[in-house]
Design a binder for this molecule. Structure first.
Ligand code: SF4
Ligand code: SF4
Length: 165
């Protein structure tokens, strides 16, 4: 079993509210109750969460998006996010950055003046930093405090995660 399998299994066992079954993740089928945002000031970026997002909706921001950063941080295209929490756990458990938080979808819709649909948008909508809203010191509160499964890990699981850091 590798680190991402440990994370998926624990997420399934904890049944994070309304998140999809990690064993049954595919195309977006419904509007998630929560969506992820990376805190662009905390993201290194190490490149791990784009690798593990099951719907590949995390991308590197366009050059110049965040001033004074050479390699730009990552952000997700929230309209495509299925609310699975995998990026939260990957960043919290497999990196030193803990840069991802979930936000209430209705709040996000109100703040950004958009509607999050039941399916992936037809057109590509590039990710934006949203630093002023969704970061530590930003305007809006996130849900939870990063990893929901860290404390549940067995010694064996911790060893697997540490080996993958
Ligand atoms: S895992 Fe964390 S630090 Fe790495 S790219 Fe994703 S948000 Fe950035
Ligand atoms: S919660 Fe994270 S890993 Fe899951 S779909 Fe959204 S951006 Fe991707």
């Amino acid at each position: 079993m590798d680190a991402i399998d440990v994370i998926k299994r624990r997420l399934k066992e904890e049944r994070v509210p309304d998140a999809p079954d990690p064993d049954d993740i595919g195309a977006k089928k419904k509007r998630p109750r929560e969506v992820a945002f990376m805190d662009v000031n905390l993201c290194f970026p190490c490149g791990k969460c784009p690798e593990f997002c099951p719907v590949q909706c995390i991308e590197y921001l366009a050059p110049g998006s965040v001033p004074n950063r050479g390699v730009q941080p990552v952000q997700d295209r929230f309209q495509e996010c299925i609310g699975c929490y995998i990026c939260v756990e990957v960043c919290a458990l497999l990196t030193d950055y803990d840069a991802v938080r979930m936000y209430d979808t209705t709040l996000v819709e109100d703040v950004l003046g958009v509607k999050v649909g039941d399916t992936k948008p037809d057109a590509y909508i590039p990710a934006q930093p949203y630093e002023e809203y969704f970061s530590e010191g930003g305007t809006y509160r996130h849900l939870g405090k990063g990893s929901r499964i860290r404390e549940k890990m067995t010694a064996e699981e911790r060893a697997i995660l540490n080996a993958a850091r």
